[in-house]
Design a protein around this ligand. Sequence first.
Ligand SMILES: O=C(O)CCC(=O)C(=O)O
Ligand SMILES: [Fe+2]
Length: 356
Amino acid sequence: MSDTDQHALTIAEANLPVIDLGGLTSGDPAQKAAVARALGDAARTSGFFYIRNHGIDQALIDAAFAASKQFHNLPRREKMKYWSGFTTHHRGYVPLEENGSSFPKQINFNEAWDMSFEAPADHPDYLAGWRMTGPNVWPDLPGWKTTVAAYYDAVFALGLRMLDALALELGVDPQVLLKDITCPTSQLRLLRYVPNDMPANKDVVGIASHSDFECFTILMQGGPGLQVMNADDDWIEAPPLPGCFVVNIGDIFETWSGSQFKSTQHRVNNIGRERYSMPLFFGLDYHAVVEPLAQFRTPETVAKYPPIKAGEHLMRMTVNAFRYMADARAKGEFSTDYEVPEENPFKREARVLVAE
Ligand SMILES: O=C(O)CCC(=O)C(=O)O
Ligand SMILES: [Fe+2]
């Protein structure tokens, strides 16, 4: 990497937790509690972790990657038939040039296929528009929908198991968290990082430094490039480990836990090569109100985390992340009765730049 601002500790220098989830499905409460404790420790310290023995077949993961490649290998004119800008709930193909309102001054070198929890066409939030809720669109490729929907369902179910374990760790009734997951804005992105000859620096990246806006993210990576910030606010490389997902805590869990869990900053360097990855952002219903859970309410946490609607937080962070959305809003095609800040209030800066 040429630019010092993109440097990070290597995985050998940093101690990244790899958590075996086998105990969650063992039926043994003691084993489940041990996994929950390990997840909680990781969420409090490194803020991100790998999971293994998660119950998702490697064959399904491979098939989902193959489906992503199959779509992204289509000619651009085919892909543009499914342009996300044709929808008001952000579904389908997101080309490179949609990335950020500063494009091309700042480039996130990725394109994506975006889908989410399947909501019916008569869902009030779909009819209202610009709420990330509604029916998925699918490319006209035989078997594609079956594969990608199966992957979505499997990772979503894994998310439910992890939510249950994290509730146990926090001493919270899981129902308190689950009641807001009926038709969530839990998006799956099939990302392709686009090959290019540009230098790697903070304006020319795979994806710029950010935290995720939901409860947590379950990410499958097809190649190196990801860096995450640990609890000491140092950058660490997080390369793919065979058979493992990477999980990072998002803004909602940081809020719920009253700052005990850290919503982890992360970024993908521009390595110039093609790279595939598949994050599933495990979120809540659009209208769910997010604030510190009752047992974690103190004057400090209440002041730090005023109540927000999960979907509004997602929208206010997304509106300027995609050009078609920013354009639609500028043209008055939808109005926001929530504030759209320049920066995510959950953003953290690195403590030090790691010297070359
Ligand atoms: O591609 C990756 O490894 C990470 C992607 C990511 O952070 C995101 O889409 O929010
Ligand atoms: Fe992310």
